[in-house]
Each structure stands twice: as structure tokens, then as C-alpha cells.
Design a protein around this ligand. Sequence first.
Ligand code: CP3
Length: 349
Amino acid sequence: MSRSQPLLSVLRGEIPSRRPVWLMRQAGRYLDEYKMVRARVGSFLDLCYDPVLASEVTLQPLRRFDLDAAIVFSDILVVAHALGAKLEFREGEGPVLSAVRGSVDLRELSAVADLEQLSPVFETVRRVRANITAEQSLIGFCGGPWTVASYMIEGGSVDDRIVARQAAVVGAEWFSDLFERIIETSVAYLVGQASAGADALQIFDTWAGDLPEFLFEDLVFAPIRRIVEEVRLAVGEIPFIGFARGLGVSYLEFARRCGLNAVSVGSSVDVGWLRDVVSPVVAVQGNLDPAVLLTGGAVLDKSVRRLLSALPPHSHIMNLGHGVHPATPVEHVARMIDIVREADTKRGG
Ligand code: CP3
């Protein structure tokens, strides 16, 4: 079955039947049908832990658009929640967590996560896998340990994450302990998703670029490599996509050191460099600017065509450099996918 999935073909270095397309945050507030479901539940977390509704919103973008992948509807912070952190998503404010800033705070958390709490997400995976076609892939995910740690240390979304960045630079014992717990829980979270039917896994290390370069190995590459290796040891050779923003020239290093099948790159990364240096070694996912998708019109057409002509379909997964902006008109998404499909036809499939 999996041989005919365009996304998996690219991740395995094979020739896909067409260029795969999906969008980060493809289920979400730019869709009216999402907002309707969202209004029926009390909180965003209730939605994540309700397999019937979570599978429904996961499938919504695939009903509307000709996409090659679904991504399970959940959040990277359910890992913090399973570790005992208090977690709430507030309207207009984002996540609010109990802050972990030392060994005393760490003692408030569980040494081992409550995996039972994550089982609704695994049920969502089963339901979605049963409701998409054999050609469509299902992506499971977790956050990069550094990104999850940064939210846990700050206690929510803050602009410069300076408290977390200081903790990283100091590297105290409680910080290493926290990292260790996040890594172990992330492995269990991904193993659960893979066992339930996820075809590929993505790790979102959104704030990797916060770190000084000398900490990339210890706080980004080594922890992600461990997650990749331990998950594969448990479930077999499943493909991984790594999303880490702001790595500069270190994307290739990231892919090589972590055993990734693709790197997902932000919109500021030079397309010529991706074509000449990165894509011959590892598949590239991205990197259309979410502001361009929001804007539409001639700038959208031009940006999509530029990406398509630079990167060949066997080493490129069409996507954004970051998540869909909630104000994005659905027609712009449809248009973007149309351009990708037209280019497929011109190349002869
Ligand atoms: O469609 C998908 O991509 C699947 C689901 C998904 C969500 N979050 C749902 C969500 C995924 C893959 C994520 C990842 C995630 N969550 C990241 C990494 C990727 C990135 O965007 O950088 C991060 C940093 C988080 C943490 C998080 N979750 C924040 C900071 C926020 C608030 C900001 C915001 O966008 O609203 C969330 C909430 C969240 N996660 C929403 C969704 C659909 C919006 C909640 C709502 O509907 O009210």
C-alpha cells in the first residue's frame, strides 16, 4: 500500500507518482468547518483528546483540497501535559503552562509520563488512517525537545524566550533532567502514533534558531537523533521529517546527524542553495512564505512556480515555511495546489 504514497516515495528517495503537497497547520482556523467544530468543544485540549472530533478536523482539509497527507490533530504540548504540567490554551494568548525553572518545580512533575492520557491521540490516528486513501499518507508528530522545554520553562508563549535560553546556556542538572523526560515521553508519543498507523513522523523544533550554534549538537541534533533511533528500534524503519527553524547553514548537518528523510525549511532559506546543496542529499519540504499564501494573486503564482522549477518532484515536498496563517482565504490554498498539479502534468506525471 505504502509504495504508492507520493509523500513516502519522496521520503524514501524513490520517484513519486506526483509531487506531494500538504500544509503545516492545514487543519485550523482558516477553515470555517474547523471553527464550527471548535465552537462545540470547551477547549482546544478537549478537542485534541476527543478522537471523534480530532479525526474529523484532521480530515477536513483533505475533503476540501487535493492533498497528499493528513497530519494528526493534536499539539506538541500534550507531551508536557502528560508529564504533569498544568496546561491551558487561552483565546488570543496561546498556551499557558506551569513554569519549570528549577529542581523544585521539576519535582512537581511526574518522573514518568502518564501515557494513558495520550491514548486518545493514538485512537485519532487509527480513525484517520481508516478514512484516507491508500495513496494519502498520515503524518504523526511531536515537538523538538528544545522547543517543548522552552514552553515549559517560560510557562507559555513569550517573544524572546530569554529565561529558557539562559537555562540552556547554563545547562544545570534540572535542565538536563527536564530534557531527558521530554525525550522519553516524545519517543513513547511517536511510537504510539506509529503503532496506530502513522506512515511518517515529523519533529517540530520551531525555536531551534534561538540557540547559539555551539549548543545545536547537544540540544537539537543529539536529542532528535535519539528520538529517531529509539522510535525506529521500536517500530522499524519509519521515515522522519525534521522541522527546525533558523538553523542557518546547518540544515544538512541536521539531516545527516539525525537520520532524517527530509528537512522542512523556513521561507528565508535560499532556494538555489536548497537545490544545489541540500536536495541532492536529502528531500526538502517547504518553503512557501505563509504571507504569500495569505496574499494570493500574482505573487502567489510566481512564488509557487519558482519553487517548482527549482526543486525536482522526487526531492521536494511542497509545503509552507511555517504554519498556515488563520486569515488565509481557502481559494489561495486551492490555487496553490492547482499550480503544483499543472506542473506535474507538464512534466508528464
Ligand atoms: O494541522 C496541523 O498542523 C496539526 C496540528 C498542530 C497543531 N499544533 C494544532 C494547533 C500541530 C502540528 C501543532 C504544532 C505546534 N504547536 C507547534 C510547532 C509548529 C509551529 O507552528 O511552530 C507549536 C510551537 C505549538 C504550540 C502551540 N499550539 C502554540 C504556540 C499555540 C497558540 C498559537 C496558535 O497558533 O493558536 C497552539 C495552539 C494550536 N495548536 C492551535 C491549533 C489548531 C490553535 C488553537 C485553536 O484552535 O484555538
